[in-house]
Design a protein around this ligand. Structure first.
Ligand code: COI
Length: 330
């Protein structure tokens, strides 16, 4: 097979070497850069491209890739919201993702953020930095087994999160338009309104669509409990960031664990000196004591990264040999 890989990290370089040792006839080239209009010419003459980026791939990018011979786009990730899937289909490019590289990796990261906030670690750590080693009434915390955890989206990741919280003794409720009876031992299905009103922790595991952009906004924060924790590991655009900051500052909700944030594609994965200036909202959130953030690293475990790489390579091989892509998304 002839494939060009974009955005390859040093860890993936080692996996690529392993793959090439096992597939000496494959013609594979790569770059560390993400795929953009400026470098897509690199893929000319190849049959497939692979990428893991958050940067968008537009209709024009896909048209140019197709003109250069690309028939398949393998995403080394699950989310395809940054790809114009209709345009890909129009230009004869199949797009496939890796939907289950490690649902636990993400679910567990959300749980970690929620527990950090629940047990007030951030507040205590700040106090201790100032030389204040006291406990205080407002920092008395709850225990997870007394909490109601609401999981929004009960696909693979949401289901893994529900199982984890259930194992810790929490009451778990979940919202998903698709009912899944196999989750009954772990949670009660409720509607979205009930979920946001009753949950102490609201953890979001849904893909971004044009319809659900900003689904957590002032209206939802007003309905949530005053000490509720919002956990977003999915996509930043699901949450109205400005409304979230207001809700956090004015104690309409208690805290937020954020692995994703609106506009992150220009920021996460880079250092400050390469970003230039940080939007005010980022600075504000990073400095709030009731917020814990990570740079879209919930997925970033040894197992997940390995699975993403090898599953997407296998998918390219499979598709180019004329078989149906395992996880075609368009
Ligand atoms: C995804 O798999 O869609 C993610 O969000 C993780 C990605 C940044 C590698």
């Amino acid at each position: 097979m002839k494939a060009y890989l974009f955005g390859v990290t040093p860890v993936e370089e080692a996996f690529l070497k392993e793959w090439q040792d096992q597939h000496p006839d494959d013609e594979i080239s790569y770059t560390h850069s993400p795929l953009t209009a400026d470098n897509l010419e690199l893929a000319k003459g190849f049959e497939a491209v692979s990428t893991q980026q958050a940067e968008p791939l537009t209709a024009s990018d896909l048209e140019h890739l197709a003109a250069g011979g690309i028939k398949h786009l393998a995403l080394r990730k699950v989310g395809a919201d940054n790809i114009d899937l209709e345009a890909a289909a129009k230009y004869g490019i199949t797009v496939a993702n890796v939907p289950a590289y490690s649902p636990r990796a993400i679910a567990e990261n959300g749980l970690t953020g929620a527990m950090y906030l629940l047990r007030k670690w951030g507040y205590y750590h700040r106090k201790m930095r100032r030389g204040d080693f006291t406990r205080s009434t407002e920092l008395m915390s709850d225990e997870i087994f007394n909490q109601t955890v609401g999981i929004v989206g009960l696909g693979r990741i949401g289901a893994a999160a529900a199982e984890m919280y259930h194992a810790l003794g929490a009451r778990v409720i979940g919202y998903d338009p698709v009912y899944n009876a196999s989750l009954e031992p772990f949670l009660d299905f409720v509607d979205f309104e009930t979920l946001i009103k009753e949950s102490d922790i609201v953890q979001v595991h849904i893909p971004l669509t044009p319809e659900n952009k900003g689904m957590f906004s002032a209206n939802e924060f007003a309905k949530m409990k005053d000490d509720a924790i919002l956990v977003n590991q999915s996509r930043g655009e699901l949450v109205d960031t400005a409304a979230l900051i207001v809700a956090l500052k004015y104690h309409e909700i208690g805290g937020a664990a954020l692995d994703v944030l609106e506009g992150e594609e220009k920021i996460f994965g880079r250092k400050f000196e390469d970003v230039g200036s940080l939007p005010d909202e980022y600075t504000e959130l990073i400095n709030l004591p009731n917020v814990v953030m990570s740079p879209h690293s919930a997925y970033y475990t040894k197992m997940a990264v390995k699975n993403m790489f090898f599953q997407s390579m296998t998918d390219i091989e499979w598709t180019l040999s004329g078989k149906k892509a395992f996880f075609k998304v368009n």
